[in-house]
Ligand binder design. Sequence first.
Ligand SMILES: C[S@@+](CC[C@H](N)C(=O)[O-])C[C@H]1O[C@@H](n2cnc3c(N)ncnc32)[C@H](O)[C@@H]1O
Length: 243
Amino acid sequence: MPEGRMTEPAASSALIGVGVGPGDPELLTVRGIRALREADRVLAPSSALDAVGRAESIVRQACPGSRVERLLFAMGDAGASIDDAAATVVAGLDAGQRLAFVTLGDPNIYSTFSSVAARVRELRPGAVIETVPGIMAFQELAARSGTVVLQNTERLALITALDGPGALIGALADPTQAVVVYKGGRHLPAMAAELAAAGRLDGAVVGELMGLPGERVVAVADAADGPAAYLATVIVPPTGRAG
Ligand SMILES: C[S@@+](CC[C@H](N)C(=O)[O-])C[C@H]1O[C@@H](n2cnc3c(N)ncnc32)[C@H](O)[C@@H]1O
């Protein structure tokens, strides 16, 4: 390619972010399975090239026979990993391939896919990039714990514990707002204390490693004695419902 010229991706090529759900292979949708079967290559993020990532393990169970290529996302080196993943995708697009990139839950919510897609878009502005929605961890937790998340005019705040305790305290202030907390496993005891202080501990549930080995779905009050895994989700339902 002459220097400075953008390559146009081949006409049939596409990058598809496929949400595979939180863990149980039964929660990978029919559309997701079709996207995986129609792809020339299935790419999955992994923390080590010799380790099966969560999303890959779901694909292996839901679509036996799929060949999954691992893309290394090393802890603490996100920028370089995203660049490397985007370079792999761009090479495939230039070769006319349809690439499925699998991601836990939904690809448009706190997902590596959106960072990779943004980089690919910079490198190949004409690339076809689509997503297939996936069932999110908090939806599975609501179903498994029998929690009605929203009714009538109630609202929902989806936050991460990475924003610090202030984000949770602020979100809890409105009793008509359900609060879902992602990435908070390590902070579970502190979160339980904040929920109790706000009068919101009753009804709060946590799902840890849902659909995966080590799964636990319990009341937050019963899990507040120690940290949970990184893959843990908390739902705090609204209080004072009219009925
Ligand atoms: C990087 S975000 C991915 C979110 C995902 N894209 C979604 O739509 O649910 C990771 C967070 O999702 C939640 N999560 C994903 N899978 C989970 C599972 N199997 N069990 C519990 N929480 C999960 C946890 O809060 C975890 O810290």
